[in-house]
Design a protein around this ligand. Sequence first.
Ligand SMILES: Cc1ncc(COP(=O)(O)O)c(C=O)c1O
Length: 400
Amino acid sequence: MALPSNPLLSRLGGYPLAAFQDLARELRAQPEPLHDFSIGDPVEPTPPFIRAALVDGIPETSQYPTAAGLPELRAAIAGYVARRFGVVVDPDREVLPTAGSKEAIFHVPLALVDPHGERRAAIWGDPGYLVYERGQLFAGGTSEPVALTEERGWRLELGELPTDRLRAACVAWTNYPHNPTGATVDLDYHRRALSTTREHEIVLCSDECYADVHPDSDRPPSLLQAAADGPGRPDLRGLLVALSLSKRSGMTGYRCGALVGDSDLIAAQRILRPNIGTASPEPMQRAAVAAWSDDRHAEQRRALFNAKREVMLAFLRDAGIRVSGSAATFYLWFAAPGGDDAAYAQALLRHRIIASPGRAFGPGGKGWLRLALVPSVDGCRDAAAMWADAIAAGSLPGHD
Ligand SMILES: Cc1ncc(COP(=O)(O)O)c(C=O)c1O
């Protein structure tokens, strides 16, 4: 019997590098040490005070969470936005807790796309986080990836796109600090993007889940700051910012994030989301209140990632491997020695080092590789030493 199925599942479902993934899985199952830089899910423990807030938040009777989230959580998110970006938002109308930022990114287009309308496209940068495209397609829209380049600092410059491409779009996604390249932008970038999307009546969504993972000297700005340029309250028309505790607080498993922005767009999400039922369970929301209300633990995590970044950056530079972007996030982005990212990733696997080939993030990533700074500082040192030995022994391609 041929069961009905959405053709998008077979089109998008498979991972483009199945053979690479199979080999990586095999290596993970073996007892020998493995240096796994492939998955953006760090292993440092979640701070104890956050875990305690979760446990304390378990009620005697657990009932359905609401789509609007706990008022205390909305207030804690608004408090974070005020401290981190200096922007005052209304916790009841301009803030919406979400179950991590991924589901929020996936669901945003469901409230934006008219599947029969003329403006159905999502603009996003390639290489990039593929969920921008996937949410749009499942919502009945279309995808307009824009190739990012090293020459342009991996920036998606919306104002440089031809007018017909802008006119076909209902939403544009920016993501700085950027996955996979680690590139950052300044406040002027956000101002330019917002002015373009407002001129063309496009919703501008800024995915800022790495806003708190950066070197001490370089604090990435938010789109929210670009909206707060004048005196008084910010003008949040036509924009949404996606935030997350996953990277900031080591809470990937808690599924806690937020959308902040235009009150009409937030209201539309509030109408949409009870249909889906994705709100974080309330004990998780209590843990999230604790995490959004504290900055010290985020600073400590930042210091740890900075130490790992320094170890791996020093190694890559000493090895003569070209690094690009890599200004923030816990990713390093480097040009494949020899030019072929898939071949280089495959060769590293033989030395029990797993790095992601850039093409896993879209065709624009070809020729590059991403290292996620997941191993410990000592693990990074060990991996760097092994990698250097392999280069010296001539067993990695492209180092002549
Ligand atoms: C660019 C980007 N956006 C969003 C997410 C989703 O994060 P979460 O759902 O854990 O908040 C990730 C996760 O790796 C990401 O890299």
